[in-house]
Design a protein around this ligand. Structure first.
Ligand code: ZN
Length: 75
């Protein structure tokens, strides 16, 4: 549980690719961030489906970065 809090100290930014705990029905759990804020817009990398997810839910399901937009890749 503490690990998750630590991970979220890093800000999720637009164009980052993040891993979520919950899988999309298409079978992938990797999402590209299209918009941040109170609500996040995420694009499924498996099927390109886009969803709006509340920040709270993103933080709850966040499992790590697949790719950072700004290259400071600290996986
Ligand atoms: Zn999908």
């Amino acid at each position: 549980m503490k690990e998750r809090e630590h991970i979220m100290e890093e800000r999720i930014e637009i164009s980052d690719v993040i891993k979520m705990k919950k899988q999309h029905p298409c079978g992938t759990n990797e999402w590209e961030v299209l918009r941040t804020g109170m609500d996040f817009r995420l694009k499924c990398l498996g099927c390109s489906h886009q969803v709006m997810v509340s920040r709270k839910l993103v933080e709850k399901n966040f499992r790590g970065f697949i790719k950072r937009a700004k290259g400071n890749s600290e996986l």
